[in-house]
Design a protein around this ligand. Structure first.
Ligand code: FRU
Length: 289
């Protein structure tokens, strides 16, 4: 068991399951609706918690009615939110999500009126207690300060950075964490045709992974050796929401457990595949034989 801190967001996810994704300017009935906690950092923590780790979240929590669902789920997974900044103005980031039953794909409209977690908030945390620190690739300038602070004062704590969306200046962070976790979206936005192409374009000594949908995922080690894992498709793809966050959690767990990079990659693809076969993130790990 390790003690893990994740810096990033929690959201309210309002998820409509639809038969198939609607075309523009049409009306469809949702088959069902559920409201749950979401957000990449806290999704990753919910999975890490099921993998047996002690999890802490650092982000912004707004004291408004919609935060109740979020706080209740964090409590359920024993996720400590004492490092969060709690404010009274604004609205918890909210995602309006359509999951297509036909494909399992998810389309998201995201709304936020919430400040980002800052370096001033981060500096107050006693980092000596943590075995791993994970960051969402957002809030670039402040995240750079946090990563630089760790490199200066807590060099021995491994850090991961999720690079999911192309964001102005995000590349300035690449040399700072111990490992980068890229998505296909980021790679494609930067005109890479394959995960290998993106990973090989990185500076020497950078350790990184990149997921690539149905083709699986790749990783590169410090010696610039590339590894590949296939996907582990469930019989039926039900819901892909949070599959990337699950991949990141299982990859971090593998590395914390000192698996080889190639083995951690396989474990991450396996758990992400399992996730796609079920709705949500609950009881994901208890299903592993
Ligand atoms: C899934 C997710 C959702 C959230 C959205 C935020 O990866 O974290 O839970 O609403 O992405 O971008």
């Amino acid at each position: 068991m390790a003690k893990i801190l994740a810096v990033g967001i929690a959201t309210l996810d309002i998820i409509n399951t639809v038969d198939s994704y609607p075309s523009e300017d049409t009306e469809v009935r949702a088959l069902c609706q559920r409201q749950v906690r979401g957000g990449n950092a806290t999704n990753t923590l919910v999975v890490l918690s099921q993998l047996g780790h002690q999890c802490h979240w650092a982000g912004v929590l707004i004291d408004e009615p919609d935060s109740a669902i979020i706080q209740q789920e964090l409590t359920q997974f024993n996720i400590d939110s004492s490092a969060c900044r709690i404010i009274t103005d604004g609205k918890m980031p909210t995602s309006y999500i359509s999951v297509s039953q036909e494909t399992g794909s998810r389309s998201i409209v995201h709304y936020r009126d919430c400040p980002e977690f800052s370096f001033a908030d981060f500096e107050k945390i006693d980092l000596t207690q943590f075995d791993w620190i994970h960051f969402e690739g957002r809030n670039i300038e402040q995240t750079a300060l946090m990563l630089q602070y760790i490199n200066k004062h807590h060099r021995s704590i491994p850090c991961s950075l999720e690079v999911e969306k192309p964001r102005a200046g995000i590349e300035t962070l690449f040399s700072l964490p111990s490992i980068l976790m890229f998505s296909q979206d980021y790679a494609v936005a930067h005109h890479h045709k394959t995960a290998q192409e993106l990973l090989s374009s990185l500076a020497k000594e950078i350790v990184a992974s990149c997921t690539w949908g149905k083709q699986g995922a790749w990783a590169i080690n410090k010696k610039q050796h590339l590894f590949h894992s296939k996907t582990y498709d469930p019989d039926n793809v039900v819901d892909t929401l949070g599959a990337g966050d699950t991949f990141n959690a299982a990859f971090i767990d593998g590395l914390l457990n000192k698996l080889e990079l190639s083995q951690a990659l396989i474990q991450a693809c396996e758990l992400a595949g399992r996730k796609c076969g079920q709705q949500g993130l609950m009881n994901l790990v208890s299903k592993i034989e």
